[in-house]
Design a binder for this molecule. Structure first.
Ligand code: CMP
Length: 139
């Protein structure tokens, strides 16, 4: 089915000017960028966004990293968009990511791993609504 998912191009990738290369991977693989903006997340936004990880040992560093520079938040639409985006990103840890995936190509570490993508359709809807108003999604 045609789905929508939420994606973040993380600070390590914006810093290295990789937004276009990552977007090309999405577009060449059938994902359409129907909303996109460059923002600098506040500490509060990052903490709320990653709230499910609040008790994890890496939470503080994760929030600090995600607020260390601008990110590009985006909504991707396409056939099986949630799974497709995760396939294109590769494993969270770049050491485990398959050849040709975004994280294999670009990630610096498990933390500075260049991209975030929703892990389910339900979380995609929540994450999209956190950063975008309905009127900003231009399919
Ligand atoms: P992301 O998909 O954005 O969701 C949570 C992020 O936490 C994850 O990608 C990683 O970048 C980051 N992270 C840092 N350390 C770890 C870890 N040990 N396990 C999982 N995620 C981690």
């Amino acid at each position: 089915a045609i789905e929508r998912t939420f994606s973040i191009i993380k600070p390590d990738a914006t810093r290295r000017n990789l937004t276009g290369k990552i977007n090309t991977i999405f577009e060449e693989n059938g994902l359409r960028i129907i909303a996109q903006k460059r923002i600098w997340m506040s500490e509060q936004q990052a903490k709320t966004f990653y709230g499910v990880h609040a008790e994890r040992p890496f939470f503080k560093d994760l929030v600090s990293f995600m607020t260390s520079g601008p990110v590009v938040v985006q909504v991707l639409e396409g056939e099986n968009a949630v799974a497709k985006n995760r396939e294109l990103m590769g494993a969270t840890n770049p050491a485990n990511a398959a050849e040709g995936t975004i994280r294999k190509l670009f990630a610096e570490s498990i933390e500075a791993n260049s991209a975030h993508g929703s892990d389910s359709l339900e979380n995609a809807a929540t994450e999209i609504a956190y950063f975008f108003a309905g009127l900003e999604l231009l399919a």
